[in-house]
Ligand binder design. Structure first.
Ligand code: XUL
Ligand code: CO
Length: 437
């Protein structure tokens, strides 16, 4: 059955087009810096927002009425699978991502839940084979069910830890079956509210134990996906353990997990941590930890995760600049962890929102490529740090300087001269580049 009957395949029509159901910038086969846009961007649809979510918020139920809605949970789960593959084909997105609990309802027992999951995974496997659509990543939702009230890997209840391990095991098996290219760990409830009832050291040790078990089991079953941790600073818990890229890298290093993981960075999570998305990407990249991106945007006036579709060109330009400079996104991709606003409840809004996100990323990619080709930022940065190229700067970088040699130099250098950073001029140049592509 077709759920989007009035919508055909979305095509690239270019800048001159006034067709809202067409791309103006995303031209999948267009080559940018030696690779097609499709290869650079590796877009993915987030199943939970596009097929499971319906626009509910803390003050009201969902507003979207979907063709795949059904009173029977398993019928609805099957219909969502069909809608997913129809959508991927029409919008021209090669990948999708899901949590185990997005795709199939929980049963009364873990065994029943796994059985429901198997039915849907069978259906997905068939559809993947027929359509060629691929799984960028899957993950286990160990935060929605009330059993995870005190956490999963960081719970105070060993029975819940055991349940989480069992759920994770099944989720890794599903990933292997569907050929997931990555596997994500987002610790929704892995954090705490107050130290008054929390053993932080035990919780962190246990989280690392669970991750080591996941590494070991994946090896055992031959699941070759890249493991990714997705940092987020707050929401739902006050102190999320994977606060940001730097905190997460320190955790992985401490527990000898760094070689097995990279990071899945999300724009809105960066905002909540008080960082820009490009900051998070740079931190990951310089540590060899850039894995994948959850593309969305927050609202700087709001302090929570609004998961809006990315439409901010400055952000996508600087994001793609970081990705290109890091040598590309590798096995990762650009997953739209984004939801249509509650007021955008029509089916066509799902298409319009993804088109907006894809065009904004493609536009950002083109602008970033120009920044690189014309060495605009490289020249600024090279010039700014040129004092480290020779003389005392070169001695410092080579590791030959000592406090004594620095003192000797500083004592006879009485006229230190700094230069302007030229920030206002640089921002205008950035505007010009973005609007020129
Ligand atoms: C929550 C979030 C998750 C992860 C996967 O803020 O981003 O959807 O991407 O669990
Ligand atoms: Co996310």
């Amino acid at each position: 059955m077709a759920y989007f009957q009035n919508i055909g395949k979305i095509a690239y029509e270019g800048k001159g087009s006034d067709n809202p159901l067409a791309f103006k910038h995303y031209n999948p086969k267009e080559v940018v810096l030696g690779k097609t846009m499709e290869e650079h961007l590796r877009f993915a649809v987030a199943y939970w927002h596009t097929f499971t979510g319906a626009g509910s918020d803390p003050f009201g139920v969902g507003t979207a009425v979907r063709g795949w809605d059904s009173a029977n949970e398993m019928d609805q789960a099957k219909a969502r699978v069909e809608a997913n593959f129809e959508f991927l084909n029409k919008i021209g997105i090669p990948y999708f991502c899901f949590h185990d609990r997005d795709i199939a309802p929980e049963g009364a027992t873990l065994a029943e839940t796994n059985k429901n999951l198997d039915v849907i995974v069978d259906l997905m496997e068939e559809n993947m084979k027929a359509s060629g659509a691929k799984l960028l990543w899957n993950t286990a939702n160990m935060f929605t069910n009330p059993r995870f009230v005190h956490g999963a890997g960081t719970t105070s209840n060993a029975d819940v830890f055991a349940y989480a391990g069992a759920q994770l095991k099944k989720s890794l098996e599903v990933g292997k079956r569907l050929g997931a290219e990555n596997y994500v760990f987002w610790g929704g409830r892995e954090g705490y509210e107050t130290l008054l009832n929390t053993d932080m050291a035990l919780e962190l040790d246990n989280l690392a134990r669970l991750l080591h078990m996941a590494v070991a089991y994946s090896k055992e079953i031959g699941f070759g996906a890249q493991f990714l941790i997705e940092p987020k600073p707050k929401e739902p818990t006050k102190h999320q353990y994977d606060f940001d890229a730097a905190t997460t890298i320190a955790f992985l290093q401490k527990y000898d997990l760094k070689e097995y993981f990279k990071l899945n960075l999300e724009a809105n999570h960066a905002t909540l941590a008080g960082h820009t998305f490009e900051h998070e990407i740079r931190v990951a990249a310089i540590n060899g930890m850039l894995g994948s991106l959850d593309a969305n945007q927050g609202d700087l006036l709001l302090g929570w995760d609004t998961d809006e579709f990315p439409t901010d060109l400055y952000s996508t330009t600087l994001t793609m600049y970081e990705v290109l400079k890091a040598g590309g996104i590798g096995k990762g991709g650009v997953n739209f962890d984004a939801k249509v606003r509650r007021g955008s409840f029509e089916d066509v809004d799902l298409f319009l929102a993804h088109i907006a996100g894809m065009d904004t990323y493609a536009w950002g990619l083109k602008a970033a490529a120009k920044l690189i080709e014309e060495k605009i930022i490289d020249n600024i940065v090279d010039n700014r740090y040129r004092s480290f190229k020779d003389g005392i700067g070169a001695e410092i970088v080579a590791g030959r300087a000592t406090l004594q040699s620095l003192e000797q130099y500083a004592m006879q250098n009485n006229a230190i001269k700094n230069e302007s950073g030229r920030l206002e001029r640089i921002k205008l140049v950035l505007n010009e580049v973005i609007y020129s592509v």
